[in-house]
Design a protein around this ligand. Sequence first.
Ligand code: FMN
Length: 257
Amino acid sequence: MKVLYFTATGNSLSVARKIGGTLISIPQALKTERFYYEDDVIGFVFPTYCGNVPRIVREFISRCQLKADYFFAVATHGNKMGYGNVADEFREYAAKYGYTFKYINTILMVDNYLDAFDITKEEEKYLDKEIHMHLSDIIYDIKAKKEYIKKAGAKEKMFTAFAKSMLAKIDKGEKARSFIIDEKCIKCGTCAKACPRGNISVSDKVEFGDNCESCYACLHICPKNALHLKTEKSNERWRETGISVQDIIDSNNQHKS
Ligand SMILES: Cc1cc2nc3c(=O)[nH]c(=O)nc-3n(C[C@H](O)[C@H](O)[C@H](O)COP(=O)(O)O)c2cc1C
């Protein structure tokens, strides 16, 4: 089994690890232009953005060549109803490129969308045993090669439909232009290494380009907490338990090592 994953704060990496198999980072696959993968089972694990699929995952799907008997996907998300119609959006997008996904599910985790969520309150959610039980069910389903696509209700479909304009906005890649770098920045370059798009350069100053994924890996990983949104719910930051700074860097770094 091969599991292709994208992660900014470790939620999706943690799920991918628990599912098992050989893990392949989507940003690294794009960086090294490795697009061909074959196995009996191939899966995707990624965060939900705007009730939809992140641009980097869509880009990979549009460029890859995959061969498997069973395809599955798990979208992590942070807001109870926030998975929206991500399962169908992903299914349809993959189908456009000839892939039939037999299983697509979602899993509620800590919400790293700092514009709307306070990480301190989010962490309490993590204590919810349901999250862990739900993941065990998903792992069981995948092992059994179950066929299931998570259905969205009317409210969830509406959420994804409403959020389309926001997705189009973040797809432009300009989000980082509004990030604030405060005086605590020591120009260590950790943000640049955690960026899956290689969109940050650090010399005597930190500069953002126009290919931001809006994943917030840089905001969450900064060791000095020197990166901020203009309007963030709190200055608390998140990294999934068991996931290290190096794990995020290894997953996302676009620079030559
Ligand atoms: C730009 C952005 C948009 C997001 N949109 C949604 C959303 O529509 N619904 C939702 O439930 N969570 C949303 N989230 C939260 C993430 O999907 C969630 O925290 C995910 O588990 C993060 O995974 P990661 O740590 O692997 O990056 C969003 C996060 C970001 C940064």
